[in-house]
Design a binder for this molecule. Structure first.
Ligand code: GLP
Length: 260
C-alpha cells in the first residue's frame, strides 16, 4: 500500500483528480470505478472543474459504481444514481450508455449481479477504482464479515452504516436494509485502487485497514493484498496510524516519476 498524507481533504482531492485526469488522457478508453458518500465530493467538484476549464474529456470513459440501495427508485434523492448525476455525470461529457450503476430495482437480483460482473469484464476490467471507507471498515457496502472473495451481490447493512447514512434519508428507519455492492474480489481485480478518507471519524478504520491484520471483520484490510492500492488521506484521518512519519518520509523522498 502507498499511504499519502495531505494537509486537508481539498489538497488530497486535487491530487486524486490530477491522477485520474492523467489516466483519462493517457488511456483512450479508461474504465473508472466510482464511489459515493461525502468523501469523494471535493474530488468530483475538481473533476467537473477540469472538464469545464481544462477540457478534460470523458467521452470515451466507461464507469462502474460500487453500489446502490435495493428497492429505491433511481430518481429518489438519496439513490446513488441521483448522487452521481448530480455531483459528476450531469456536469461532464460522459456518454450515458457508458455509465453502469447496480440496479436496485432488478426483478432478479442474483442475475442482475452476474450481469454487472460480466459488464465489467466486457469493458476490459476497471483501471482505477475510487473507494471511501465506512467507520466500520467497509468498502463499497461490504460490511464486516463479508467474504474476502465475494462478488457483486446483495448485502444487509449494519445498524452503524444505516446510522452513518441516515442523513440522506431523513432518519435511520428510512434507510433501506439491503444494498447491491461489488464484492471484495471484484474490487481486488481493479488495476489500481484509490482509497480516500478524510476527518477524525475515519482514523480508527484507516489504522485498522492499513496496519491491522487482514480480516473479514475489517473488509478494507483485504487491500493489503492488492498490488496497487493508494491510500490518500488527510491529517485527521491519519492520526491513529503508528507509522505516519514513515509514510510521510517515503512520499517526500519518492522520485518525481513515481509520484502520483
Ligand atoms: C457508504 C458507501 C461507501 C462509502 C462509505 C463512506 O456506505 N457505500 O462507498 O465509502 O459509505 O461514506 P462517507 O464518504 O460519506 O463517509
Amino acid at each position: 500500500m502507498e499511504i499519502i498524507i495531505q494537509p486537508d481533504a481539498e489538497a488530497a482531492s486535487r491530487l486524486a483528480a490530477r491522477f485520474i485526469a492523467k489516466l483519462i488522457r493517457e488511456k483512450s478508453r479508461a474504465v473508472l470505478g466510482f464511489a459515493t458518500g461525502q468523501t469523494p465530493l471535493p474530488l468530483y467538484r475538481e473533476l467537473c472543474r477540469l472538464h469545464r476549464e481544462e477540457k478534460l474529456d470523458f467521452d470515451r470513459v466507461t464507469s462502474f459504481n460500487l453500489d446502490e440501495y435495493v428497492g429505491l427508485n433511481p430518481a429518489h434523492p438519496a439513490s446513488f444514481r441521483t448522487y452521481m448525476w448530480t455531483h459528476l455525470f450531469g456536469q461532464i461529457n460522459i456518454v450515458p450508455e457508458h455509465v453502469h450503476i447496480p440496479d436496485g430495482l432488478a426483478p432478479n437480483i442474483p442475475i442482475s449481479c452476474e450481469k454487472y460482473e460480466d459488464e465489467i469484464q466486457a469493458a476490459g476490467g476497471i483501471d482505477l477504482q475510487i473507494l471511501g471507507i465506512g467507520t466500520d471498515g467497509h468498502i463499497g457496502f461490504n460490511e464486516p464479515t463479508s467474504s474476502l472473495v465475494s462478488r457483486t451481490r446483495i448485502k444487509t447493512l449494519t445498524a452503524r452504516t444505516r446510522r452513518d447514512n441516515a442523513g440522506a434519508f431523513g432518519g435511520e428507519d428510512k434507510v433501506p436494509p439491503h444494498v447491491i455492492t461489488m464484492g471484495l474480489a471484484t474490487i481486488m481485480e481493479c488495476r489500481t485502487c484509490l482509497l480516500l478518507a478524510f476527518g477524525a471519524p475515519k482514523a480508527a478504520a484507516v489504522a485498522l485497514a492499513v496496519e491491522g491484520p487482514v480480516t473479514a471483520t475489517v473488509p478494507a484490510s483485504i487491500l493489503q493484498f492488492h498490488r496497487r492500492t493508494i491510500v490518500l488521506i488527510d491529517e485527521e484521518a491519519s492520526s491513529k496510524l503508528l507509522r505516519g512519519e514513515y509514510y510521510r518520509y517515503v512520499y517526500e523522498h519518492k522520485p518525481d516519476w513515481q509520484k502520483i
